[in-house]
Design a protein around this ligand. Structure first.
Ligand SMILES: Cc1cc2nc3c(=O)[nH]c(=O)nc-3n(C[C@H](O)[C@H](O)[C@H](O)COP(=O)(O)O)c2cc1C
Length: 205
């Protein structure tokens, strides 16, 4: 059977979700998938981006910007990386989905497995609400939602502050973005990517 094609689509103003996306990519490939890594377009005008955002954009300069009218076609599964904004999906990611009406009408994603990971500044800053809000959009597209099972045991740690839950992987950045994904969160992202890929391989026609 051909490798399932998995779109990893993310937004990352400060680079935390980008690091998680790279780990998800490793996981997809470790499970025999073909990973397609894309970022959504920035909407914030350049003059309002601070130096940390500009540095993070530089690190991601080789990642192609996703095309909402082309990139959902021909994939077998997808994983979205969605940093929170006020406990909800960032507008940059929502803007991508708001341009996918054509594929929604055609049913391009019906029956395709989809998962979400997130990033928040604080422990209770809205990881679960962001993941669930993003699931809603994917459900409207007819996707089969894939959560992060407790077999990925990193999420049960009591040893420190860590992101992630049964709704999806996550990282916590600190108020100034000073904390980058821990080894535990990176492992979680990798395992999550592999989990989604194994399901995509089973569902692939
Ligand atoms: C306008 C705005 C709203 C935000 N809202 C929240 C929030 O509700 N909860 C939270 O924990 N972090 C919040 N954050 C912090 C971001 O979630 C954080 O910068 C992001 O997860 C970092 O990921 P990235 O490096 O991939 O961009 C907010 C940031 C901005 C700019």
């Amino acid at each position: 059977m051909k490798a399932p094609k998995i779109l990893i689509l993310y937004y990352s103003m400060y680079g935390h979700s980008y690091e998680m996306a790279l780990m998800v990519k490793e996981g997809v490939e470790s499970a025999g998938g073909e990973a397609i890594l894309k970022k959504v377009a920035e909407l914030v005008p350049e003059q309002f981006l601070d130096e940390y955002a500009k540095q993070a954009a530089e690190r991601q300069k080789d990642v192609p910007v996703a095309d909402p009218r082309a990139d959902l076609k021909g994939i077998d599964g997808l994983i979205l990386g969605v940093p929170t904004r006020f406990g909800n999906m960032s507008s940059q990611m929502k803007n991508f989905w708001d341009q996918t009406g054509g594929d929604w009408m055609k049913g391009t994603l019906v029956g395709k497995p989809a998962a979400v990971f997130t990033s928040t500044a604080t422990q209770h800053g809205g990881q679960e609400s962001t993941l669930l809000a993003t699931h809603t959009v994917l459900l409207h597209h007819g996707c089969v939602i894939v959560g992060m099972p407790y077999s990925i045991q990193a999420q049960t740690t009591m040893d420190g502050l860590e992101g992630g839950s049964p709704y999806g992987a996550g990282t916590i950045t600190g108020g100034k973005g000073e904390r980058f994904p821990s080894d535990l969160e990176k492992g979680m992202a990798r395992d999550f990517g592999a989990h989604l890929t194994r399901i995509a391989a089973k569902l692939k026609d």
